[in-house]
Design a protein around this ligand. Structure first.
Ligand code: NAD
Ligand code: ZN
Length: 419
């Protein structure tokens, strides 16, 4: 039986769940942290399976559908988290549109929530802890986690093809016994989700989750791509390709690092005015020029920019971002997630002329170790997050967040799970 509250009534939906198990009992309980919770107690399990709303993608590119999903208890080294706020990142949209075999699926990876229960062996977090899910985990044991230079954990690095938990190869989500697949180990478009403990960063409980949830992916990624990877010297010139949330965070990072010229490059001119708030000083729309954008940038900067950060996911922009850096010292950083068949083509001479090309996941931050400190930057008012949040919708209207991104409107849309 759950210890956090008392059973007050049986909801009379036994019939609906009797297909799952003849011993299933359906309860509604009130808990200290989580309010009213519908719960199924399975005959063979003391921790219940929650039946809660989740936005399920049944097919590629089709609007998400609100469903009652059974969320199984966390197994060894897993945690079950009540998601309070989540937001939409372009990576969700890309894999929602992609015709992969991993459907039906629950997307979502940028979020904030509270740990509800933990599985065997979990000691780092406890019920009630405030956490940010992270799509690329940190086991703290492998060679990557032990290296100061890498955040590419052997066990928990991003895997967009996997739709199940790594512990037993099964999904923790189901509808009438049919599995619904996970996405990048997080699946935050659900009132409850189950994650490996290595994919949650425990943060300061004072931090407002409706703001710091955007640090769980996009903003940390862009910020880290500049500060940790591109490392622009003071007074340098930086080009940022793509002025969505990730690119604007990269511009913010370049400004914090002391860059004096930050050139925003985007095909959508509606992005430009807003981008000034994030440190962009000049803008280039490739559509306004007949010559390649790398030539336009070389002319503007006496031979090339010192650093460039690509945040579009478009292969042409990736090539342009590399070819626009100055020979001798220029560094380009790729952040966008490319199409699976994309090929990066450039002349090898561009490398011989001492240009450097790098790529990064999550801005090279180690999620569990570093993310709490990024949250503290916000708490100390050294990092502003409010300006990234342009829209808010209730969970029931999650498809509006997809429409906004498709139209290129706004930066981040927060999805409130309590509505
Ligand atoms: P977004 O859709 O909000 O922004 C992308 C911007 O790029 C848009 O303003 C668009 O107009 C612009 N753009 C597209 N093609 C362009 C081109 N050829 N030239 C110039 N501008 C172009 O997306 P977002 O949420 O900010 O994410 C940006 C990218 O970063 C996506 O590819 C996403 O998948 C990726 N991402 C990567 C990581 C990582 O760890 N590497 C993490 C999060 C997101
Ligand atoms: Zn690891």
């Amino acid at each position: 039986m759950p210890t956090a509250g008392k059973v007050i009534k049986c909801k009379g939906q036994l019939q609906m769940f009797s297909k799952l198990s003849p011993f299933v009992v359906f309860y509604q309980i009130k808990t200290v942290h989580f309010g009213w919770i519908n719960m199924v107690l399975c005959a063979n399990s003391l921790i219940g399976c929650w039946i809660r709303a989740a936005a399920v993608a049944w097919e590629a590119g089709k609007p998400l559908s609100m469903e009652e999903v059974e969320v199984a208890p966390p197994q060894a080294m897993e945690v079950r988290v009540k998601i309070l706020f989540t937001s939409l990142c372009h990576t969700d949209v890309y894999f929602w549109e992609a015709k992969t075999p991993v459907f039906p699926r629950i997307f979502g990876h940028e979020a904030g929530g509270i740990v509800e229960s933990v599985g065997e062996g979990v000691t780092d977090v406890a019920p009630g802890d405030h956490v940010l899910p992270v799509f690329t985990g940190e086991c703290k044991e492998c060679a990557h986690c032990k290296s100061a230079e890498s955040n590419m954990c052997d066990l928990l690095r991003i895997n967009t093809d996997r739709g199940v938990m790594i512990g037993d190869g099964k999904s923790r989500f189901s509808i009438n016994g049919k599995p619904i697949y996970h996405f990048v180990g997080t699946s935050t478009f659900s009132e409850y989700t189950v994650m490996h403990v290595g994919c949650v960063a425990k943060i300061n409980p004072e931090a407002p989750l409706d703001k710091v949830c955007v640090l769980s992916c996009g903003i940390s990624t862009g910020l880290g791509a500049s500060i940790n990877v591109a490392k622009p010297p003071k007074g340098s010139t930086v080009a940022v390709f793509g002025l969505g949330a990730v690119g604007l965070a990269a511009a913010e990072g370049a400004r914090i690092a002391g860059a004096s010229r930050i050139i925003g490059v985007d095909l959508n001119p509606n992005r430009f005015e807003e981008a000034r708030k994030f440190g962009c000083t000049e803008f280039v729309n490739p559509k306004d020029h007949s010559k390649p954008v790398q030539e336009v940038l070389a002319e503007m900067t006496n031979g090339g920019v010192d650093r460039s950060v690509e945040c579009t996911g478009n292969i042409n922009a990736m090539i342009q971002a590399f070819e626009c850096v100055h020979d001798g010292w220029g560094v380009a950083v790729l952040v966008g997630v490319p199409h699976k068949d994309a090929e990066f083509k450039t002349h090898p001479m561009n490398f011989l002329n001492e240009r450097t090309l790098k790529g990064t996941f999550f801005g090279n931050f180690k999620p569990r170790t570093d993310l709490p400190n990024v949250v503290e930057l916000y708490m100390k008012k050294e990092l502003e997050l409010e300006k990234f949040i342009t829209h808010t919708v209730p969970f029931s209207e999650i498809n509006k967040a997809f429409d906004l991104m498709a139209k290129g409107e706004g930066i981040r849309c927060i999805i409130r799970m309590d509505h």
